[in-house]
Structure formats: structure tokens, C-alpha cells
Ligand binder design. Structure first.
Ligand code: FAD
Ligand code: NAP
Length: 542
């Protein structure tokens, strides 16, 4: 497979283009393909040295998708679908990265992307109706349209523990993992964080490390992946029926084939409830939260599922005190994103693994040879941060997005993001977000949502261009109503009952607003189609 970003990528940036696309993950690449097809001049920028986004940065051991590989892939090219063979039910990070690299090469997408280049500011010039995009390498390009494919989980968060700089050992973050890999053999390793990243990384690190300390503040619910090699006949079936299957995914609640069971957990006898939970556990994966209709809306139904998982933890982990500490109790299952693991709970039966409760005795600082909690000191050679991201809005607000009259996106969103359909925000014409706040984004199969967003944006840009219109902008009214709708839908669920990154609760000072749209991929897609087909009501076109 060719991997030659240096030769193929754009080293010269034109002064003017039609479209700038920031980011070269799944979203940025598909946007490159789709917008170029319209015959427009496109310029991409990517902070990483090559394509891949999430799968370029997250090279930690154990990293893999938790939406099944066949579903977590592009649908835009029937040839691509037929020629690419996934090897496992849940592909590893290297395999997903190879897939994205293959897509970039096959469709010749690197040639208009400038890599190792961070977009630092994006400023709207109202007189010309154009955006001026500036980078950390001194590029300046003017564009009619700007597409932010900057990712929902692309700005890693590392708590600023006192003394961190004095630590003599190695420090890693799962979201910015060394490309050459890390050898933990025989070392004393501390890992902070037990979200999806920590839960994936802990078992393989434990197998290598001399001693692993897992610093847990909040126990998480995790369901086994039961990962396996993909059966070739299953893959053939998926490819032969992909058109129907993709339609089914688009009409589902989260964009996968495992849709919600319409039956309430409260409507069945206890034995039947246990049978359904057990079947979902044996099947494995995040579909566990959809094995009844009301696990994310009824606290009572949810408690049955939560207790089922706690019982599983108690049955796997031999030390009752450790098992007890691993049992989540203070929020409903699924209200923080459910984790999918391979051997996570059993890892705590290993003699070289110790679970440390940093809820009861918080981390107070790092010293040159380790880490201190309020109760104890731990001598460490390596410190791994699996502490997550400034999610959904983080990468957008990390650059300066403003208008020439001084209004900035940061100011506008100081009390929380406001968008119409998660696609645009009033006051910032011709600026599009992919999987932005107020869209299903992180509550869905992201590749499916990315394709849906890019298609909508490309159709919109095509329409504006062919009809001689200069710009499109969300109206204040449509944006206000949509933002209220997003909040109202979330309030009918159990999501707001957890201090999660869905709500911005993991970032000090971030407004507590439920970020994604919980109304489902199906309803959302329907609304977007309706808007597109009826001449873009809720948007002002000039
Ligand atoms: P990203 O892949 O995040 O790409 C955005 C790119 O934009 C990055 O490469 C970044 O460097 C670049 N960028 C950002 N700001 C700038 C700037 N100012 N200048 C230049 N470049 C910039 N989702 C699922 O649906 N299923 C899964 O199984 C799944 N697993 C995941 C596993 C991990 C470890 C993580 C972290 C996330 C996972 N996700 C999953 C979510 C995942 O982020 C999306 O599925 C998808 O990869 C997002 O693609 P994207 O192109 O929108 O964003
Ligand atoms: P995360 O879910 O935000 O988890 C971060 C962890 O770090 C939490 O356990 C958090 O504890 C802990 N933490 C943060 N600050 C801390 C501090 N100061 N002291 C102690 N602990 C601290 O981040 P993530 O695990 O990287 O996952 C983010 C998202 O990426 C996932 O939800 C998922 O959408 C995606 N992802 C998916 C997969 C996959 O399976 N395909 C893998 C990785 C990531 P608290 O809970 O107490 O805050």
C-alpha cells in the first residue's frame, strides 16, 4: 500500500480557494472527496503529519472501534466497499488507520491537504463574504466556504497536577500516543482514567508492565466486546446487501444495525429481563444499552441493567473489595458513554495490578519519582493519562473563529454552543461544522453521521454555487428553537444524570450543556432532508 503523504500532499497553498476544510480524519477526507467532485477548488489543513484523525493520534495498546468494523466504514464508494476486507468484528487502530490511508491514496485525497499544519485563526470578512484562514506555518488563504472537520474527540485533556513537570519518568496521553509504540516491560506504570480509552489500554499494559496502578475516580460500566475474526460469509452477506443494510442503519436510533428493542424492561417478567440482558452481554458491545426500549429513559429500567452489570463484575473479579470499587453506583448505565472491553474486569485478578481509589483519596500532585494521593505515595516509571478530551466544542474553540466586527465564536458560545442542526451557527455565514454540537454526532455511529453531514453540506454548497447565491447563514430564531429542542430532548433521558463529557462536566469552567442531539439519527436525518428539500427554511440565503 502506498503511503506517501510527503510527495502527494499540498506544500503550496493558493491565496484563494472556494473551500477550506480543516482536519483530515474520516470527516475531512470525505469532505475533500465530495466537495472536489463539485469542481470546486479545495484546500485542506491537518495538524497531524498524515490522514487518520482519531486513528492517527490514538495509537495506544488495545485501541479499537466499538461500532462493528463493517458498519464503522464509508458507504460512498461501492468499489471501496467491495475491495476492502475487514479482518475483525471490531477493528484495531492500525487496521482502521490503514483503511483511512487506503481511502486517501485510492481517491488521491492528500494532494490538497497541507499536513503538520495547525489552523490558528479563521476570520470572516463581511464586505467580501469570505473567510481568511491562517495557520501556524504562516499560510493565509481566502475561502468562500469553511468546513470544520476538526473532530469531537480531538483535543486531549490532561489535568494540570502540581509538580507534573518535575516527574523524571515518561508521560503519555492516550490521545497523543508515540508512533513508535511504547515498551512497558518490567516497568512501574500508573494510569489515570477509566473511561473507554483507559479500559481498552489497561489489559494490554498490565500484560507487559511489572506493576500497574490504576487510578480510578469514577467506576465505569463496561460490556465485553467478544471480539472475533470476521466470518468471510458474514462479510460477503454485508457487502451483497449493503444498500439495504445502510438504509436500515440510517433509519435506526444510533446508526447501527443493532437497533433498540421496542419492549420496555418494565413490561416483562424478571426471568425474561435477565434472559435479554444475558443475551445482550453474550452478544457483547455497546448495543447492550438498546436491549430494552427504556434503559436510557427510565431510572427504574436502567437500575435493572446497572445491577446486572454490577453482578457480572462481582462474578469476574475475585477480590470482593476490588469488585465493589469497580461497581459504578452514582450514575445510570449509559449516561456516560458505555465502554466496550476485552478482559478489563479480569485484569484486576492479576497480581501485578492494583486499583487505587482516587475518589476517596484524590491525586494531590506528581513528584519526581511518582504520584501522590492524599493517602499514599506511588513510585512510578511511567504515567499514562487516559483522561479524555475537551469534547465536541474543544477543537473549534481552540482556534480563533471570529468576524471582522470583533464577534468571536468563543464569546458567542460562552454559555454553551448554539447551532441550527449542529451544522451552522448564526452570525458566521458559510461556516459549516461536521458532527457539531446539536447533531447526533457522538451518540451515533460517527462515520455514518459524518457522511450524512458532508452530503448535506455538499448539496448546500452546490445549490448556492449553481443558484448564484453568496452565502447561507442560520437564523437566530431557528438556532434558538433548535438549541431548546436539543436540551428538551436530552431532559427526557437519563443523560443529564451523569457528570459526563457529553455535558462538558470534565472540563473546569466549561458550560454544562448537553452537547449532542439525543433525538436519534433517523429523526435527525429526516429533519435535515426536509430542510434541504424545502429551500432551507431556518437559514438566510443571500
Ligand atoms: P477526527 O478523527 O478527530 O479528526 C479531526 C482532525 O482534525 C484531527 O486529525 C486533528 O488533528 C485535526 N484538527 C483539529 N483542529 C485542527 C486545527 N485547528 N488545525 C488543523 N487540524 C486540526 N466513534 C464511533 O462512532 N465508533 C467508534 O468505535 C469510535 N471509537 C473511538 C475511539 C477513540 C480512541 C476515540 C478517541 C474516538 C472514537 N470514536 C468512535 C469517535 C471518533 O472520533 C469518530 O468516530 C471519528 O473518527 C471522527 O472523525 P472526524 O474526522 O470527525 O474527527
Ligand atoms: P473519558 O471518557 O472522558 O474518561 C476520562 C477518565 O479520566 C475518566 O475516568 C475520568 O474520571 C478520569 N479523569 C479525568 N481527570 C481526572 C483527574 N483529575 N483525576 C482522576 N481521574 C481523572 O475519556 P476517554 O476514555 O478518552 O474516552 C472519551 C470518548 O472517546 C469515549 O467516551 C468514546 O466516545 C471515545 N472512545 C471510544 C473508544 C472505543 O471503545 N472505541 C475508545 C476510547 C475512546 P471521572 O469519570 O471521574 O471524570
Amino acid at each position: 500500500m502506498v503511503r506517501n503523504s510527503e510527495l502527494e500532499s499540498a506544500d503550496k497553498v493558493p491565496a484563494q480557494v472556494d473551500v477550506v476544510i480543516v482536519g483530515a480524519g474520516f470527516a475531512g477526507l470525505y469532505a475533500q472527496w465530495r466537495l472536489s467532485k463539485l469542481g470546486l477548488a479545495v484546500q485542506g489543513f491537518e495538524a497531524g503529519s498524515d490522514v487518520g484523525g482519531t486513528w492517527y493520534w490514538n495509537r495506544y495498546p488495545g485501541a479499537r472501534c466499538d461500532v462493528e468494523s463493517l458498519e464503522y466504514s464509508y458507504s460512498f464508494s461501492p468499489e471501496l466497499l467491495q475491495e476492502w476486507e475487514w479482518t475483525e468484528k471490531y477493528a484495531t487502530q492500525p487496521e482502521i488507520l490503514s483503511y483511512i490511508e487506503h481511502v486517501a491514496t485510492r481517491f488521491n485525497l492528500r494532494r490538497r491537504i497541507r499536513f503538520s499544519t495547525q489552523v490558528s485563526s479563521v476570520e470572516y470578512q463581511s464586505a467580501e463574504s469570505r473567510w481568511v484562514v491562517r495557520t501556524d506555518r504562516g499560510d493565509e488563504v481566502s475561502a468562500r466556504f469553511c468546513i470544520m472537520a476538526t473532530g469531537c474527540l480531538s483535543l486531549p485533556r490532561r489535568p494540570d497536577f502540581p509538580g507534573l513537570d518535575s516527574f523524571r519518568g515518561r508521560v503519555f496521553h492516550t490521545g497523543d500516543w508515540p508512533h513508535e509504540g511504547v515498551d512497558f516491560s518490567g516497568r512501574r506504570v500508573g494510569i489515570i482514567g477509566t473511561g473507554s480509552s483507559g479500559i481498552q489500554a489497561i489489559p494490554p499494559i498490565a500484560e507487559q508492565a511489572g506493576q500497574l496502578f490504576v487510578f480510578q475516580r469514577t467506576a465505569n460500566y463496561s460490556v465485553p466486546a467478544h471480539n472475533q475474526q470476521l466470518d468471510p460469509s458474514h462479510q460477503r452477506w454485508f457487502k451483497n446487501n449493503s444498500s439495504d443494510l445502510r438504509d436500515r442503519m440510517r433509519r435506526s436510533s444510533v446508526g447501527t444495525l443493532t437497533d433498540r428493542n421496542p419492549v420496555s424492561a418494565l413490561a416483562v417478567e424478571p426471568e425474561e429481563r435477565e434472559r435479554v440482558f444475558e443475551a445482550a452481554w453474550l452478544r457483547g458491545g455497546a448495543g447492550f444499552t438498546r436491549c430494552f426500549s427504556d434503559l436510557l429513559t427510565s431510572a427504574k429500567a436502567n437500575e435493572f441493567a446497572s445491577e446486572f452489570v454490577r453482578n457480572k463484575i462481582r462474578s469476574i473479579v475475585q477480590d470482593p473489595q476490588v469488585a465493589d470499587l469497580l461497581c459504578p453506583r452514582d450514575y445510570p448505565l449509559g449516561a456516560k458513554r458505555i465502554c466496550v472491553d476485552t478482559g478489563y474486569y479480569a485484569t484486576f485478578n492479576r497480581p501485578n495490578v492494583r486499583l487505587v481509589d482516587v475518589r476517596r483519596a484524590p491525586i494531590i500532585g506528581v513528584v519526581e519519582d511518582g504520584l501522590r494521593t492524599s493517602a499514599q505515595s506511588f513510585e512510578l516509571d511511567d504515567l499514562v493519562f487516559a483522561t479524555g478530551y475537551d469534547a465536541v466544542t474543544g477543537a473549534l474553540l481552540d482556534m480563533s473563529i471570529r468576524r471582522d466586527d470583533g464577534m468571536s465564536l468563543k464569546d458567542k458560545w460562552s454559555t454553551g454552543p448554539e447551532t441550527y442542526l449542529g451544522l451552522m451557527t448564526a452570525g458566521f455565514p458559510n461556516l459549516f461544522f461536521i458532527t457539531g454540537p446539536g447533531s447526533p454526532s457522538v451518540l451515533s455511529n460517527m462515520v455514518l453521521s459524518i457522511e450524512q453531514h458532508v452530503d448535506w453540506i455538499a448539496n448546500c454548497v452546490g445549490f448556492l454555487t449553481s443558484s448564484g447565491k453568496r452565502y447561507i447563514e442560520a437564523t437566530q430564531q431557528a438556532e434558538g428553537e433548535w438549541t431548546q429542542h436539543v436540551a428538551a430532548v436530552a431532559d427526557k433521558t437519563l443523560f443529564p444524570h451523569a457528570a459526563s463529557w457529553f455535558l462538558g462536566a470534565n472540563v473546569p469552567g466549561k458550560p454544562r450543556v448537553f452537547l449532542p442531539y439525543a433525538g436519534g439519527v433517523d429523526a435527525y436525518g429526516h429533519k435535515c432532508r426536509e430542510v434541504e428539500q424545502s429551500g432551507y427554511p431556518g437559514f438566510q440565503l443571500s
